[in-house]
Structures are given as C-alpha cells and as structure tokens.
Design a protein around this ligand. Structure first.
Ligand code: IMP
Ligand code: MG
Length: 332
C-alpha cells in the first residue's frame, strides 16, 4: 500500500497518533505528511515516553521517515520549533513553502470572540488563522525566517515518492464529524477534515491514493460543544473507564457508545477501504496487551465482526493498550 490516508471517524481523539506511529515502524514508512494545525494533539507512547504532538507527524518514531507538513496546514512556528527539538527531527522534517502561519493574534481572536467561545474551540486560533488565509492576508511559511531551513516542496516530494513505489502516509487530524462541510455545523473546526481534504492539503490527487484507513475508537468522545448522540453522564463515563482528558487542552471529554449509523456515514464519505479500532481494552479489559486476534474474548470478537458486517469494511488493526506495539495486526 504505497499511499495511505489516515482519517479519524468521529470527533477526533480516536488514536490516530498511535496508529500512524505503529505503521511508521512496522511498514517502514518513507514519508509521512501531517495536515491540519496545532489544535490537534496526537498522542504517541514509545519506550515509556509519552508525546502529545501538535505539529510534528506521529511517524517521527521511525528514524528513517521523512516528515512533512503540507501546504494546506497552518503552522504555529513556536510549537513547531519546540517539537522539532523534543523529537530530535531537525534533519528530516520539512514544511511546505505555502503552508500558512498561525499567530498569537489568532489565538486572542479565538478566545475573545463570543461565537467561537460558544463552539468551545481549542483556543489556538485555527479558525481566525484560516479566515485570514481566505482573506489573502496570511503569512506563509516562506515568509518566516526561522522556517527557512525547513522549507520544502511537499507535493513534489510526495508525488515522486509515490511514483517510485515508496511507502507514504498522509496523517489526518481531528475527526470527520468536526468537518466544516460534513460535521455538526456550526460545532465544527475551520476546515474539512475528510480523507479528500487530507489528500488536498498534502498535494496528492485522488488517483494516487491506494487506501483510506479510517480510525475508530471503541467508544466515542467529544470535546467542546455540539451534539453527541447517546451521550452518557460523566459519572457513568468514569465508571466504564471511558472518561478522558484532552491531550492538547486538558479539557474533559464527553463520552458516548460506538455509533454504527455515524460510522457508516463516515466510511461512506471518506471512501474508507480499511479500518483500525483503538482502545478495545477499555471496552473489554481482558483484551489488554493481546497481540493476536484468536486470543480475544468472544464478546470482543463479536463487536469486531459486527463492525465488519454492518460497515462492510475489514478491521485490520486493533489497539489493545496505549503503547505503539499494543496492537493486533490482521493484515498478513
Ligand atoms: P477549533 O478547531 O479549535 O476551532 O475548535 C472547534 C471544535 O473542534 C471544538 O469543538 C474543538 O473541541 C474541536 N477540536 C478541534 N481540534 C480537535 C482535536 O484535535 N480533537 C478533538 N476535538 C478537536
Ligand atoms: Mg487529540
């Protein structure tokens, strides 16, 4: 599978960071392009260390992987430089010349605008930064002195890599139901988050993508305002072990059971060809650390079969713990 787009199925925080970091190491990914912006935090656990990355692609864990940030992305310069340092990827990360820049003033606009506060944005300023880009007054990566060493022609690098049969991952951020077009408007983020948009932000045409891997979590969470079908009370979420705190903002996440109707629509609009399912061990604690499908309890197997039958999609990766290698890989 030379080019795969990884997309979140619901409202983000499905565990895309874990899936991308696993694939990077397991499949020896040559290039990983991150899309979106600093509002998303992707959590990666490796060798007992936890990273919550806002800018650097989650594939950084594989030290031969070239890391790129696409032209459609919005770069937070200080956060980018900080994470490049922390992950030690200075020599192998690039930012597209035309990626736009998110500035402090955008965060202030985000936090002080009443309607954005009502939506419960992350406060990073992504909406205002995109507004500015649409107005054609935004700064681009090529205008920023600190980014000069990192500037790259991302579409050229990625398409050449695809054409020569290299392994490419396009790392989507947030989730499909936060899409400006297909999500629960106005309770959405400032951009389309679907698989097509991921490809567009990275500069990869639809004919060049071989797989769309949709990432489901075994239950659903949402931060910020807006509808969440089947939402359970906070106390119940704590009891079930579904209570989470956002990696990026520290906000409490709302929780609901897996929803097949929403999942079906997400598979459809994303054109998903394969699925990953994370946190199965949270739903069924006996699954913790299990590495083969056969060892799963029958209840857990039934849940997976249900997903495959109802959504007509193979569940190829199953997360059974937070570590990169807490994974059942059914692709072989
Ligand atoms: P914004 O993207 O900061 O403008 O926030 C808009 C909505 O998207 C809010 O409900 C946020 O909580 C949500 N959101 C933005 N980024 C993420 C993410 O990475 N994970 C989960 N929710 C997010
Ligand atoms: Mg997150």
């Amino acid at each position: 599978m030379p080019c795969t787009a990884v997309v979140g199925a619901f409202w983000g925080d499905e565990g895309k960071g874990k899936i991308v970091s696993y694939l990077a190491l397991k499949d020896k990914i040559d290039i990983c392009v991150r899309t979106g912006s600093v509002n998303a935090a992707h959590t990666v656990w490796i060798n007992g260390n936890r990273y919550a990355l806002h800018m650097v692609p989650s594939a950084f864990v594989y030290d031969k992987c070239r890391l790129l940030i696409g032209a459609g992305a919005n770069v937070h310069v200080a956060k980018f430089l900080e994470e490049v340092e922390v992950t030690n990827v200075k020599d192998r990360i690039g930012v597209d010349y035309q990626a736009s820049i998110i500035e402090e003033k955008h965060a202030i606009q985000d936090k002080t605008s009443a309607h954005l506060r009502g939506i419960g944005t992350t406060g990073w300023g992504v909406g205002p930064a995109i507004e500015e880009r649409v107005r054609r007054t935004a700064k681009l990566a090529k205008d920023i002195p600190e980014l000069q060493p990192y500037l790259a022609d991302v579409p050229l690098e990625v398409n050449e890599a695809i054409d020569s049969g290299k392994n490419v991952l396009l790392e989507g951020t947030q989730g499909f139901l936060l899409s400006l077009y297909y999500g629960t408007y106005p309770y959405v983020t400032g951009r389309d988050t679907s698989a097509s948009a991921i490809c567009s932000e990275a500069g990869v045409g639809p004919t060049k993508v071989d797989e769309v891997l949709i990432v489901f979590k075994s239950f659903i969470t949402r931060v910020g305002a807006g509808p969440l079908p089947g939402e359970i009370p906070r106390e119940e979420a704590i009891k079930r072990g579904w209570f989470e705190v956002a990696a990026g903002t520290g906000r409490e996440r709302r929780a609901a059971p897996f929803n097949f109707e929403l999942a079906k629509r997400s598979v459809m609009v994303n054109g998903a060809t394969k699925a990953a399912l994370t946190k199965l061990d949270v739903l069924y604690p006996e699954c913790k650390g299990v590495k083969s499908y056969d060892e799963l309890p029958s209840e857990a197997k039934r849940f997976i079969e249900d997903i495959e039958n109802k959504l007509k999609i193979p569940v190829v990766l199953i997360g059974t713990g937070p570590g990169v290698f807490d994974m059942i890989d059914r692709r072989e």
